[in-house]
Design a protein around this ligand. Structure first.
Ligand code: BGC
Length: 485
C-alpha cells in the first residue's frame, strides 16, 4: 500500500490542513444548499403566483393545474437521465446545466406573454430541478467525509425548506400582480449554484471511475485529513475496480436481484415520503387554517408562513444535528409516529367540524387541527424529509448509483405528481377527514417498511454499505456492533 504523502508531525501544518478541509467541506455543503434552495423556492412560489397569473391570462382551473404540475413532470423526466449524464460527463457539468436551466426557466416565466410560453418556462425550470435533485445529494454523499455525511446531505433538505419559506415570504411581501418578479427572483439561487459549482472540485469517486487517479487524489485531499487520504483513496479504488470489472452498468442491472433490495429501499422511501401527504398539507395549509377559524386571508398566509414555512425550516435543523448521532432509523421511526398522530388529529378536527364552523372564529377543534398541522410538519421535517434523500444518496453500489438514484428520485416526483393530481379528487370524493386518515394509514405502512427493510447507514463508508448488500442485505445480517467513528 502507498505511504502517506505527508508526515503528520507538525501540529501547525496539520492545523492549517484541517482548516482547509473544513473550508472545502463548507463549500460543498453550500453547493448542496443552493441546489436545494432552488428546488424549495419553486415549490413554494407557485402558491403565491397562481392568483396573479390567473388574473393576467384569464385561465381556468385546468390550465392552472398544468402551470403548477408541469414542473414536476419536467423534474421527473430530467431525474431519469440525470444519473446517466452525471456518470458520463461528471457531477459538476450536470449541476452547472441545472443552474443554467433554472435561470432560463425563471427568465422565460417572468417575461411570458401567454400561457403556452409560461408552461414552457415551467417545464425548463422542472428540468433544472430534476437534475439538481438527483445530482446535488449524490455529489454531497460522494464528497462529504463519512463522519458528517448525513449532516451534509441533510443540508439539502434544510435548503429546500428554506427555499419554501423564502417563497412564502416573497409572496407575503408582494402583491399577486407582481408574479413576474416572484419568478425572476428564482434566478438568484440558480446563479448562486453556478458560482458555487465553479469553485468546488469534481467528485473524487467519478475521477477514479474515469481512471484519473491524480485528479481523484487531489479532489479527495481537499476534503480529507491528510493522514486519511491514502486509505480513503484505496477504499474508493478497490470499490471502483470491483465495479468496473463488470463493465458499464445497464438499466437491466439496476433492476437485477443484486441491486433489487437497495432499489426497493430507495424507491419505497421516496414514495412513502410523498404518499404520507406532505405536499397536500403544504398546499392545503391556508384552507386548513381557514377551517381552524382564521378568517382573513392575511392571517391565513401569515399562519402558513410561520406555522408551516418556519416550523419546516427549524425542525430540519434537528435532523441536521442528530442524523449522524442518532442514526437514520430512529429519526424515521419518531417522525412517522409524530406524523401518524398529528394526521389523525387533523382528520378528527375535520370530522367533528360542521361546515357552519368554517371561518366562524377559533374553536377548540380548530386549535387541535392547527397544532396537529404544526406537529405534522415538524415530524416530517426532522425525519422523512431529510433522511429519505440522505439514504437514497448512500445505499446504492457505486456502479449503478447514478441510475438508481435517478430512478428513486423519479419515483419521488411521480408520487408527488399523483398526490397533487388526486388530492382534490380524493377530498371531493371521500372528504377531508377520510383523506387525512388515509395519509395516517400510509404512515403505519411506512413504519413497517422502515422497520423491515431500511438498514442503518450512520457512520458507514459507502463501501461498507455496499459490502452489507453483498452479504445479503438483510437488516439482521448488518453488524450493528461493528465500531463506528
Ligand atoms: C420533499 C418535497 C417537500 C419538501 C417539504 C422534500 O423532502 O421531497 O416534496 O415539498 O420536502 O419540505
Amino acid at each position: 500500500m502507498s505511504v502517506p504523502q505527508t508526515a503528520p508531525s507538525d501540529p501547525q501544518v496539520d492545523q492549517q490542513r484541517s482548516k482547509s478541509v473544513r473550508k472545502w467541506v463548507l463549500l460543498i455543503a453550500l453547493v448542496t444548499f443552493f441546489a436545494g434552495l432552488l428546488f424549495g423556492y419553486d415549490q413554494g412560489v407557485i402558491a403565491g403566483a397562481l392568483k396573479g397569473i390567473g388574473n393576467s391570462f384569464d385561465v381556468g382551473v385546468g390550465a392552472k393545474q398544468i402551470i403548477t404540475s408541469w414542473v414536476t413532470l419536467g423534474a421527473l423526466l430530467a431525474a431519469l437521465v440525470a444519473g446517466m449524464s452525471a456518470d458520463h460527463f461528471g457531477r459538476r457539468p450536470v449541476l452547472l446545466t441545472a443552474g443554467l436551466l433554472f435561470i432560463a426557466g425563471a427568465i422565460i416565466q417572468s417575461i411570458s406573454s401567454g400561457v403556452e410560453i409560461l408552461v414552457v418556462g415551467r417545464l425548463i425550470t422542472g428540468f433544472g430541478i430534476g437534475f439538481a435533485s438527483v445530482i446535488a445529494p449524490l455529489y454531497a454523499a460522494e464528497m462529504a467525509p463519512r463522519r458528517i455525511r448525513g449532516r451534509i446531505v441533510s443540508t439539502y433538505q434544510l435548503a429546500i425548506t428554506f427555499g419554501i419559506f423564502l417563497a412564502y415570504l416573497v409572496s407575503d411581501l408582494m402583491n399577486s400582480t407582481q408574479w413576474r418578479t416572484m419568478f425572476l427572483l428564482a434566478a438568484i439561487p440558480g446563479v448562486l449554484l453556478i458560482i458555487g459549482v465553479m469553485l468546488v472540485p469534481e467528485s473524487s469517486r467519478w475521477f477514479v471511475k474515469m481512471g484519473r487517479k491524480d485528479k481523484a487524489r487531489a479532489s479527495l485531499a481537499k476534503v480529507t485529513e491528510p493522514a486519511d487520504v491514502d486509505k480513503e483513496l484505496a477504499d474508493v479504488e478497490a470499490q471502483v475496480a470491483a465495479e468496473s470489472a463488470e463493465g458499464e452498468a445497464t438499466w437491466a442491472e439496476v433492476f437485477s436481484p443484486r441491486v433489487r433490495k437497495a432499489l426497493i429501499v430507495g424507491v419505497g422511501l421516496a414514495i412513502f415520503q410523498q404518499i404520507t401527504g406532505i405536499n397536500a398539507i403544504i398546499y392545503y395549509a391556508n384552507t386548513i387554517f381557514e377551517s381552524a377559524g382564521l378568517v382573513s386571508t392575511k392571517s391565513q398566509t401569515m399562519a402558513t408562513l410561520y406555522c408551516v414555512g418556519l416550523t419546516n425550516v427549524l425542525a430540519t435543523f434537528v435532523a441536521v444535528a442528530y442524523i449522524d448521532r442518532f442514526g437514520r432509523r430512529p429519526l424515521l421511526f419518531m417522525g412517522l409516529v409524530g406524523m401518524f398522530f398529528s394526521l389523525c388529529a387533523v382528520a378528527l378536527g375535520f370530522a367533528t367540524q360542521s361546515p357552519a364552523d368554517t371561518g366562524a372564529g377559533t374553536s377548540i377543534v380548530g386549535i387541535i387541527t392547527m397544532v396537529g398541522l404544526v406537529v405534522f410538519i415538524a415530524s416530517f421535517a426532522f425525519s422523512l424529509g431529510p433522511v429519505v434523500w440522505t439514504i437514497i444518496s448512500e445505499i446504492y453500489p457505486g456502479r449503478v448509483r447514478g441510475k438508481a438514484v435517478s430512478f428513486a428520485t423519479a419515483a419521488n416526483w411521480g408520487a408527488a405528481f399523483l398526490v397533487a393530481e388526486f388530492f382534490l379528487t380524493l377530498t371531493n370524493g371521500i372528504g377531508e377527514s377520510a383523506t387525512f386518515f388515509l395519509f395516517a394509514a400510509m404512515c403505519i405502512l411506512g413504519f413497517i417498511f422502515v422497520w423491515r427493510y431500511v438498514p442503518e447507514t450512520r457512520g458507514r463508508s459507502l463501501e461498507e454499505i455496499q459490502q452489507m448488500w453483498d452479504k445479503g442485505g438483510s437488516i439482521a445480517e448488518w453488524d450493528e456492533t461493528a465500531p463506528r467513528p
